[in-house]
Design a protein around this ligand. Structure first.
Ligand code: AMP
Length: 566
């Protein structure tokens, strides 16, 4: 990091991204980024880190650019004067929206050689434009955003355009993941990687981590504490087939809890204020005023971060399906009406922070003990610590009988590892399902003719990073969900051919099926037979969908299960 006051050009950042894209070598990428970071000025460092990884805002931040692909298309058309056909052709040639934009700009430039060169963009100008866009709200906001974008892109060269577009759609695809960025920051600042990782988990923003690392060094980063109302990435679970496997993986004994079919909540309490965040770190406080009140009345401490599951319940307190709960978050009606219509119940299961003390390194059973001391009358998720298979199986059946999804098994001695999906937490469900993403849809027939209602579902090929289709279905949605999804897909549309709309992959759906078959029809080589969408997983990010590797494992498992039953 230099103290040079001359602002660094955005061109340098775009060129760095292009260099990163051209290699698959981890160490080369880390080196390139580390060198870059040691050359930028202090106020440019956090913006650079965020823009390189494609986050544009701190990861915990609710800010979004909220610009549809349609708006971007319109501006690109204005600037490059490309026709729909030329756009489509450029997209087919490149298969990437950023590259498509670059190509259109290059073609435009050829015909306008005489144009005066605009003033070059700086890193801070681009970053500040994103901040300005995110702050525009209310009437006329679409037009105002378009104007900022237009003035930005009209000064951008083709390569800069490519990376601005990638930032706008939030997909860099150049291979510099958050993990690689952590390594690059460690290298540039000479702070040990473990300290960078831990600070990242707790602060939830690599921009702030890199600033702290450069300015204050390792000691300050070591003692970093969560910041009130900045949500922390939740610890996640891997699937296992049954309770027997969970006991084995956890070395004989495990702590079982009901797995409830609701929404994960992270509740922050600070100076008498209660705010609630979803698993995707968005704030949901205003959708759950009754829970806010209950927490405020019960939790006995000044400051805390606690976690639990909120489920929708019937009047006799039986769990209702996830779809019911979603009405709370979609907010079609006024919240005062929905509170009575859809009662919800909070069950707590973890505590991360209490009155100045970070608890993530304490074993799970101790955290649960602390939680039960501060939770007042709020119930904890029912738990059974056991090494006995029969008792464990009975607990699973009890959970199902009471209307829950299955069980979670948590290793008794385990630490809380934010953002990690490890074997310390295992989930056990009745039926196998896959989390897939909708990459396109066909217009329906008959009753469904007005909806984009036949969905192409894809899993991620982890080797190539590609999203590969493994099935198509129109089953599982209510009319309301068809309507909603149609509107969302129209916003996410990247192109339309005949009855098929291709869409930016954003809507994650939990999908059940009868069987997985080998199939030459899809590039992945597998197809789901009788796929049915169980529910939309707005609480999941496209990065969290299942992999083709998992599809393959499930395919192979079927044979074992069949062989056993013959
Ligand atoms: P999945 O969404 O299928 O990956 O399963 C993990 C999710 O299960 C968590 O994010 C929680 O929303 C939910 N869950 C339900 N009950 C529990 C529990 N007792 N402990 C932890 N997570 C739970």
């Amino acid at each position: 990091m230099t103290n040079d006051l001359s602002e660094k050009l955005y061109k340098d950042l775009a060129e760095l991204c292009e260099e990163i894209e051209s290699t698959t070598k981890r160490l080369v990428i880390v080196d390139l980024i580390a060198q870059f970071l040691s050359k930028v000025a202090s106020e440019e460092i956090a913006p650079s880190v965020r823009m390189i990884v494609g986050k544009t805002f701190p990861e915990w931040s609710p800010k979004t650019l909220d610009i549809s692909w349609r708006t971007i298309q319109k501006i690109l058309k204005d600037i490059t004067r490309a026709s729909d056909e030329e756009m489509l052709q450029a997209f087919s040639e490149k298969g990437d929206l950023g590259d498509m934009a670059r190509l259109l700009m290059l073609r435009k430039d050829l015909s306008k050689q005489t144009m005066l060169l605009p003033k070059p963009l700086t890193i801070l100008e681009v970053y500040n434009s994103y901040q300005n866009i995110s702050e525009i709200k209310g009437g006329g906001s679409k037009k105002k955003k378009e104007n900022i974008l237009l003035s930005l892109l009209s000064r951008a060269n083709p390569l800069e355009t490519k990376y601005i577009i990638k930032n706008l759609i939030g997909e860099m695809r150049h291979g510099a993941s958050l993990g690689l960025m952590e390594e690059a920051i460690a290298k540039a600042t000479e702070v040990p990687l473990e300290i960078i990782k831990r600070a990242h988990m707790l602060i939830g923003d690599l921009g702030e981590v890199v600033e702290k690392a450069f300015l204050k060094g390792p000691q300050n980063l070591k003692d970093v504490k969560p910041i009130p109302f900045h949500p922390i990435r939740p610890m996640l679970a891997q699937s296992v087939e049954n309770v027997g496997e969970a006991l084995k993986v956890h070395g004989g004994e495990t702590s079982l809890e009901y797995k409830m079919d609701g929404a994960r909540v992270q509740i922050h309490i600070h100076s008498g204020e209660v705010r609630i965040f979803s698993r995707r770190l968005t704030e949901v406080t205003t959708s759950l005023p009754d829970i806010v009140q209950q927490v405020g009345n019960n939790i006995r401490c000044k400051e805390a971060i606690i976690e639990g599951e909120v489920i929708a319940v019937s009047n006799d307190a039986r769990p209702l399906s996830f779809q019911n709960l979603m009405k709370r978050f979609r907010r079609i009606k006024r919240i005062e009406e929905i509170i009575n219509e859809i009662p919800v119940k909070l069950y707590l299961f973890d505590i991360i922070y209490l009155d100045g003390k970070l608890l993530i390194d304490q074993p799970y059973h101790e955290r649960r003990g602390i939680l039960s001391e501060v939770s007042g009358e709020i119930e904890l998720v029912p738990q059974l610590v056991t090494s006995d298979l029969e008792r464990a199986q009975k607990f699973f059946k009890d959970s199902r009988k009471k209307g829950h999804e299955g069980l979670m098994a948590k290793k008794v001695e385990s630490k809380y590892t934010p953002g990690r999906r490890g074997k310390k937490w295992l989930k056990i469900k009745e039926t196998e399902s896959l989390d897939l993403v909708i990459v396109g849809a066909d217009w329906g027939y008959g009753r469904r003719v007005k909806w984009l209602s036949d969905y192409y579902l894809a899993a991620r090929n982890e080797q190539s990073g590609e999203l590969q289709i493994i099935g198509k279905t129109f089953k599982g949605f209510t009319d309301e969900e068809f309507e909603d999804t149609t509107q969302r897909l129209k916003q996410l549309k990247t192109r339309e051919e005949g009855r098929t709309v291709r869409a930016k992959p954003e809507i994650v759906v939990e999908t059940v099926f009868d069987e997985i078959q080998k199939s030459p029809k899809y590039k992945a080589g597998y197809a789901l037979r009788f796929a049915r969408i169980k529910r939309i997983r707005d609480d999941k990010d496209v990065e969290e969908i299942d992999s083709i590797e998992k599809v393959k494992q499930l395919y192979e498992k079927q044979f074992k299960t069949k062989a056993k039953s013959i």
